[in-house]
Design a protein around this ligand. Sequence first.
Ligand code: ATP
Length: 662
Amino acid sequence: MTAVEMGARQREISVSEFFTKNRHLLGFDNPRKALLTCVKEAVDNSLDACEEAGILPEVTVRLETVANGQAPVAPSQATRFRITVTDNGPGIVRQQIPRVFAKLLYGSKFHRMRMSRGQQGIGISAAGMYGQLTTGKPVKVISRTGPRAAAHYFEVQIDTKKNEPLVHENKQIDWAQPQGTEVALEVEGRYQKGRASVDEWLEQTSIANPHVRLVYHTPEGETKEYPRTYHELPPSPKEIKPHPYGIEFGALLKMLQDTKSHTVAGFLASDFCRVSPALAEEICKAAKVSPATKPRDVKHQAAETLYKTIQTTKIMAPPTNCISPIGEKAILSGLYKQIKGEFYTAVSRPPAVYRGYPFIIEAGLAFGKGPEEAAKPQQASVPLAEGEDQGNDTEQARVIRYANRVPLLYQQSACATFKAVLSTTWRNYGVSQSRGALPAGPMVIFVHMASVWVPFTSESKEAIADYDEIQKEITLALREAGRRLGIFLRRRERAASEFRRRNIFDLYIEEVVAACNRLKGGNLPTEKLKEQLHKIASSRTGGLKTDEALGKTGAGPEGLPHSIIVTAEGIEGETEIAQQTPGSPVVSVNTAEAEPIVRPESTVKTKRGSKEKSNVGKGRSVGATKAKAGQQALFGDEPSSKKQAAPLKKKPARTTATRKRT
Ligand SMILES: Nc1ncnc2c1ncn2[C@@H]1O[C@H](COP(=O)(O)OP(=O)(O)OP(=O)(O)O)[C@@H](O)[C@H]1O
């Protein structure tokens, strides 16, 4: 073939054509994952939009099977689904709707330096394109920007050759909602509960976003409600300019060409953060460039010297008000709400920087099975065969990963968070761990990275890239959480053995008192002697310290900040978080018919040791499956709720009161 013939075949490839062929890069590699990706893109957009507009988000997700002219089948057998996501956000202006939903790489977040769930401008239009590819159906959008504005209904598809929208329908409609957006997609998919399912993703979303009210209508006809447990929006992150350290040489050249400033000094001071006019002059002087030079005239060697000078100049770290971390209280609240355990803790690291981008790492732990399970007799351990490793059969910890509050369910082993969990020496904290494996469970390890730009390993945003600075911060957060767990476990172990000794003493006290009484001819003040002997037994077995460690005094977990300890006696630590948490999710088959479930008043131990009646969930409609359901979903493959709502209503909620009775 000649160059001319080859030249005749060479043509531009549109971004939509590229991603149609490479849809796996966007998270559409198999029908199950594709279903989750579509839900995720739409929900992320809804939450971003609500938060940016200062609205407490209320999001409804509806998954329905589509028969497509065939006999209806069970959701687990269905191959086609309709996904509808509705929000109470600011809506989208009419002119933008076609491009937002039917043009790849079009969005409001890519060019900003501000923390948000979306960052690439590809998510929802890619989901629409996947629907178009697998079912031929357009994306259906309703949007309304306020009660006085009309609601607009659109049906749009992508012209993949041009990466431009095709509008099939555009009309005003009556819509009951005063404001918000509704997106409906019809896609090929597979619905299966368990690990990495839509159900799990929504559950984990509710852990990291306690300010969101989420209602989920499953394809099986259930309605799960994840109530709002935090009634304030997270602080709105500010937009920042790029930090000079994070700019690569090519990017600097481009910025020099594009800037609106007339001088290099002006450019440095106005297009970057943390560069004052004085510092800009200093950089110019060190780079031997006149501050008054036109930015466009700084080229070749001069530009390279300027770049190197910037990298070697001492510049303050970027501001961190562009990031809004979840916070220790909210993490604790989310973990306590969803996972049944005995010890919970949360750590927020101070801000750090990678490639000029500020970021914050947060970690949390939920350890144990809950006091009810822990109280059950342990199975006698079977002797090990030669060479057999005890660790092989033990349950492993579960890692739940988040980036900018979005749960990451795929590509765990490629993620910096997971690698940091593996490289942490959990044995130092009293948890067994086989070489190169996760620590032993039952334990849930929570890791969150919040940043203006999360370095994902691919466009499908499933794993965080392995930058040294990020790895280091995650490790430090995990170590602190692990250290607290170690303190808790050591104290508990010591207390348990002292308590066993005390019980043995107590067992003999009756006998000893009776014998003494016999010797004294029945004239002994037996009650007084008993009391004295009990006192001696208590002081010989750790006294108050043992009681404290076993949660019998309600004194709180000394030296364990941002932690909750759950014992058979009650809750200690950040009890106000437990009181705030009304339980989740509420599950019913048909919301219209299901009776509200009122959570009983619960008893929470306060730090002073008094037992107070709390109003947790008082008068609210709260689901009885509560944390147990959540825990099942988080620890195992079991679905988080059963289909029959009626028996659930009779079961007492797993409240602190239930814990107390145990
Ligand atoms: N429900 C919504 N309400 C308001 N604006 C929305 C909504 N959904 C999408 N948008 C707008 O459409 C843009 C494009 O969304 P899209 O999901 O394609 O990309 P993104 O969220 O910016 O980034 P990413 O590709 O990382 O998800 C968003 O940036 C936002 O401005």
